[in-house]
Design a protein around this ligand. Structure first.
Ligand SMILES: [Fe+2]
Length: 296
């Protein structure tokens, strides 16, 4: 991670849930490791050395409450804050919230669709308690690529694109002009801020849609994906989209509906992006094969 004025990776996500019990079952099936509870009463899960990656707040929204972006270190954090301020976007340092999240420094802002974002550096890590999934998963694919990706539903996708690129420093990977129904084309925009093909994707917000369409978690290979699909099926959870390979990031994945209604994509083989050499492409198909769904 450099001193460039760009967010580095999706470091954590907070979710407001209706049932912690339902989520505990779901997290177990996904292979997440229970971590230390938050001082704010949240139940937290680990995916790696980091003390937590996913926080569940029993507040009932059944939606994303916040997204945390790791800026790497103090210089990266200050550079991103300066970029956000130069763009005229309100941002506020919050040392009390930094303590609650277990990070060294933190600043809050809100994206154009009202999603609270947190810029930070210095997350607590716990090498003294090694990550151990309750499922046969050696590790999740995190590291410099962060915890995964999130698809946000934007009322004005052009505004969201401007915010995540100009204000936060992400870059467009590609676009999919997804034909959801004959004559109904939905533009999907995919943005990277590290080698992960996309950390944020922007979809047009449909009436009644949640803040996020899905959260993606990546595992090392097809066996981990297949076993997870077996577990999800055995548990009677709803498969929102069947196994398939995406056209742009080439990820092989399936989608399962979370207890909060939005989906979790569970996949492997996601493409790595080198910003220095990457060129933007456009797609008409969302998948090379599979990913059949009953509803969007
Ligand atoms: Fe995805």
């Amino acid at each position: 991670m450099t001193d460039a004025a760009e967010v580095g990776a999706l470091g954590y996500i907070g979710i407001g849930v209706g049932s912690l019990d339902a989520w505990a079952d779901f997290a177990h099936v996904l292979g997440l490791m229970p971590g230390p509870d938050g001082p704010d009463g949240s139940t937290r899960y680990r995916m790696d050395e980091q003390a937590w990656r996913i926080a569940l707040h029993p507040s009932g929204e059944e939606d994303c409450l916040y997204l945390g972006f790791d800026c790497g270190h103090a210089a990266g954090f200050e550079a991103v804050l300066a970029r956000v301020a130069a763009a005229g976007w309100p941002v506020e340092r919050d040392s009390a919230l930094a303590a609650t999240r277990g990070v060294m420094e933190l600043a809050r802002l809100v994206d154009p669709d009202g999603v609270p974002l947190e810029l930070f550096y210095g997350p607590r890590i716990m090498p003294e308690v090694p990550f151990h999934s309750p499922q046969p998963i050696g590790h999740f694919m995190t590291g410099a690529g962060g915890l995964g990706h999130v698809i946000v539903n934007a009322a004005d996708p052009a505004k969201a694109l401007d915010f995540y690129t100009r204000v936060l420093g992400m870059a467009l990977s590609d676009r999919i002009m997804f034909e959801a129904a004959p004559g109904v084309v939905i533009p999907l925009l995919f943005l990277h801020c590290n080698q992960r093909h996309h950390t944020i994707a922007i979809a047009p917000k449909m009436p009644g849609a949640k803040r996020v369409h899905h959260l993606m978690l990546e595992v090392p290979g097809m066996d981990e994906v297949g076993r997870a699909l077996d577990r999800v099926t055995a548990a009677g959870m709803e498969i929102a989209a069947t196994l398939g390979r995406h056209s742009n990031d080439r990820m092989i994945s399936f989608y399962v509906r979370s207890p909060s209604g939005f989906e979790v994509e569970y996949g492997c083989e996601g493409l790595a992006v080198d910003r220095a050499t990457w060129t933007v492409t456009d797609h008409a198909a969302i998948s090379v094969w599979g990913h059949r769904r009953e509803r969007i």
